[in-house]
Every structure is written in C-alpha cells, then in structure tokens.
Design a protein around this ligand. Structure first.
Ligand code: 5AD
Ligand code: SF4
Length: 461
C-alpha cells in the first residue's frame, strides 16, 4: 500500500459517528479518551481522519441497515482520496458490531476493525493491529473495561460542556421478547460505587453541573461499596448529591419492576434529583405486556406512577411505546392510547415493532401488517404530542430554575434546560452560562419553552 501515515510529531485524528442511544454517546467519548492516551485527538470532519469509527445501534432494523450504506460511503470517500493520501482505517463499534461482526467482515471488505462494546478498553491495541491485518473483537472479556478505560483529561471534559453522561450499569437480564439488548450488551453489570463517584468528582471538578446516569436498566443498579455491600440507585444518588458543584442528577432508562421505595423516596428527598423520569411501559394491554415478557400489568404500572407522584407531585414522566407487536389487536392498541391519556406524559417516544433476528418476537407467527403499524403509530404520536403540549402549557406562568447551557440560535439568546428537561430559550447575558437561574416561563413552542430571567428584586417581592 502506498498510502502515507501521519508523521510521528503530529497527533493522529479519529472521527467518530455515533448512532443510537445515550450510552453510545458516552461510549464514543470513552473511545476518544482511550485513543487520546495513545496520541489521537478527535476531529469533527472525516476528511483528515486517520481512523473513522462508526458507533452503531442494533435496536431496530432501520438503525442497523444504516451501517452498511454508511460504510459504502466512507469506503468511496477513502478511495477517492487516492493512493497518495494518508492512510485511513475504518472501524465499526457498538451494537451492530457485536451482533453482526462476522457479517460486517464478510460483507464490507473495506472495514479494518470490528469491536464490540465490551472491548473498548482494548481499542488502542486493536487499532495498532488493524494497521497490518483485519481485526475483530466481539468477546465479552472477563476484565472490567471501566477499570481499564482512562479518564478524560480535564480540558477534554471542559470542552464537552456542562452536562455529562455517566454509565453506571450496562446490559440487561430482563429479556423482553422484542429486544436485542441482552444479546448486544450482555448480562446486567453495575459499576462499583467508588468508580462511579470518582468519575463524577472528575466531571464536577471540570465544571460539569448536571450528570445523567446511564444504564439499559439503570434502576436495577446494585454496585458494590468499599465493604462489598450492594448499593441501590437511590442511595447512589444520595452519595452523588454530596459532590460539590454537581447540582443536577438524572438517570435513564428505568424498568418499572426495578423502581424501588428507596429510589422513589430519593425523588421526594433530594433536591438535586431532577423531577423527570423516563419509565417505559411499551404497551397498555396486559396481553401484549405478557407476550412482551414485561412481567408487569398496566394496573401495576399505573399504581407505581401514583406512588411516584405521591413522592414528587410535579414529576414529568416520559416513556417508550412499541406499536404493532405480534398479535396486537385494535383493542390492545386502544389500551395503549388509554395509558397515554391516564399518565399524561410530558414526552414519549414511539416506534413500530421491528423484527430483530434472534429474539423471541421474531419467531411469533402473528406479525402485524406494516400499514396497520403506520396507522397506529400516527394515532399514538398525535396523542403523545397532545399531552406534551398540555404539559408545556402548564409550565407557562411558572418560575423554573433553568440551567443555562449554551448560546442560543438567536443573537443574545441563551439555551438552557428546565428541571423537566424541556429546552428553555432566554434572552440573557452569555456570562450566565453554567449557572442555574430562575426563569419566568412566558411561552411554549412545539418542543421548547421561552421565558425571561427573574431578577433579584422581582424575586424578593
Ligand atoms: N422494535 C421497535 N422498537 C423497539 N425498541 C426496542 N426494541 C424494539 C423493536 N424490536 C424500543 C423500545 C425501547 C426503546 C429503546 O426502543 O421502546 O424502550
Ligand atoms: Fe442501540 Fe440498544 Fe445498543 Fe443503545 S444499547 S446502541 S439502543 S442497541
């Protein structure tokens, strides 16, 4: 190969394109950190990259399919650069790498490296090897990858902004019958408490004000403390709330069965724990919930919501829904619409059921017509939007503490977030970025709020 490599004295550059969930966003940063220790810096443009990584998502068919078309584009781009350009390695990470690693190697000869989510601590070594041979690592290694992944440099954390993700738990043992996660991310594992607190202290020390704890089943968290005792998510939030500078704590995604009393009480007792909860039910029909192996009924979910609201009456609820799961009838779907009505979600995500090879749902013979799925999705999304707008309208006239995050799109504007995770636009001095300020909400947009800062003299009235 006549391609040049980057001269030794220049940092090599990695370009990462991230698909899918927030955990992938977190993982991409950790991959940059791992490569950073090996002399790489991140670039936001592919043109001058020495290494291009796709961090992929397998959750639905559409997400997975994107990988092969994107790989085709990257290969063409590399070919067009010609033999004189510097060498560019192509790697595939994430959940498609885990699930379809061998197929990627077979179907996409341009790919130099395939790496599953549990091997990211090995990335620098694998990249070195990939210079000489095609490499695939989709093992579930014995060692704790988090113990081996380097912490980001302080200036890197600062550059990433005021809010950060922090994975505390990974994998899933629930085996919902539609879902690939137990196969792509493996068994449920919680990070030790000290590791989580250390990482959080590092983030807060570099100016992070809000941390979102991540896990596919985050409220099943049961990391061990220094004495080897398991600690639940509620207790972990209490410990995190002690960290100076960390003013807001969020967590996602939760399973209804793991919402224990301690965590519910934390929503009542901890001002740092934001009043927002993503608690998917997936369907409002008990028959479908059973077929999905969710292991709870609609009634149990609603009772749980009552208990959470008793602890924190203003909590904003969010959820996920799947329409057109095998066997779903009009009556089942009506039950789903009824749940949306009863819960009054502040936001919710909805998807057409997508057959995932290897999951029990894929084997079910009563699959629903695509046209029916399309119709139901539209109806569900209309119902959700209605509720979301009602929730936002209920915020107009309130004074909410807003974390001022970044310059807004319009000159003189700052964009922030309410405790309920709504984007809030305020005309304000950019010097306020990083602070939590009281904002009187004056109007609602489609997906956001706007307002004016309440000045000290008006607050005193
Ligand atoms: N088809 C459609 N949606 C799915 N989800 C997970 N698996 C599937 C699938 N096979 C949705 C669920 C989950 C969210 C992350 O993605 O609603 O909560
Ligand atoms: Fe997609 Fe799930 Fe993997 Fe996240 S964990 S990238 S949602 S398949």
């Amino acid at each position: 190969m006549s391609a040049k490599s980057t001269p030794r004295n220049q940092p090599r550059k990695v370009f990462i394109k991230t698909y899918g969930c927030q955990m992938n966003v977190y993982d991409s940063d950790r991959m940059v950190d791992a490569l950073g220790a090996d002399g790489y810096v991140e670039t936001k443009v592919m043109d001058d990259a020495d290494l291009v990584l796709l961090n992929t998502c397998h959750i639905r068919e559409k997400a997975s399919e994107k990988v092969f078309s994107e790989l085709g584009r990257i290969r063409d781009f590399r070919d067009e650069r010609g033999a004189g350009a510097k060498k560019m390695l192509i790697g595939v990470a994430g959940c498609v790498a885990q699930a379809e690693g061998e197929e990627i190697m077979a179907r996409a000869p341009a790919v130099d490296l395939v790496i599953g989510p549990q091997s990211y601590h090995r990335l620098p070594d694998l990249v070195s090897r990939a210079h000489n041979e095609r490499v695939i690592d989709t093992e579930f290694p014995e060692e704790d990858k988090f113990a081996h992944l380097p912490a980001p440099k302080r200036e890197v954390t600062i550059a990433r902004g005021l809010t950060a993700f922090l994975t505390v738990q990974e994998g899933c043992d629930k085996f919902c019958s539609f879902c690939v996660v137990p196969y792509t991310r493996g068994a449920e594992v919680s990070r030790p408490v000290a590791q989580v607190l250390n990482e959080a202290r590092g983030l807060a020390g570099a100016g992070v004000r809000e941390v979102t704890l991540l896990g596919q089943n985050v409220n099943a968290y049961h990391g061990l403390d220094d004495k080897g005792r398991p600690v639940g998510l509620g207790a972990l939030c209490h410990m995190l709330a002690e960290i100076e500078g960390l003013e807001r704590i969020r967590y996602t995604t939760s399973h209804p069965r793991d919402m224990d009393d301690e965590l519910i009480a934390a929503h009542r007792d901890l001002p740092q724990l934001m009043p927002y909860l993503h608690l998917p039910i997936q369907s409002g029909s008990d028959g479908i919930l059973k077929a999905m192996n969710r292991r709870h009924t609609a009634r149990q979910y609603l009772d749980l919501i009552d208990r959470i609201r008793a602890a924190r009456p203003d909590i904003a609820l969010s959820g996920d829904f799947i329409v057109g799961f095998p066997g779903e009838t009009d009556a089942d779907f009506a039950d789903t619409l009824a749940i949306v009505e009863k819960v009054g979600y502040a936001s919710a995500y909805s998807f057409k059921y997508s057959i995932r090879p290897g999951t029990p749902g894929a084997e079910m013979d009563n699959q629903v017509d695509e046209a029916v799925k399309t119709e139901r999705l539209a109806a569900l999304q209309a119902a959700i939007t209605h509720k979301q707008q009602a929730f936002n309208a209920g915020c107009v006239g309130l004074t909410l503490p807003v974390l001022m995050e970044k310059p807004g799109r319009m000159p003189g504007q700052v964009a922030g977030r309410s405790p309920y995770l709504q984007p809030v636009h305020v005309m304000a001095d950019a010097a306020l970025i990083g602070q939590i300020v009281p904002v009187n909400i004056t109007a609602q947009g489609k997906n956001s709020l706007s307002g004016t800062i309440v000045t000290a003299d008006r607050l005193a009235v």
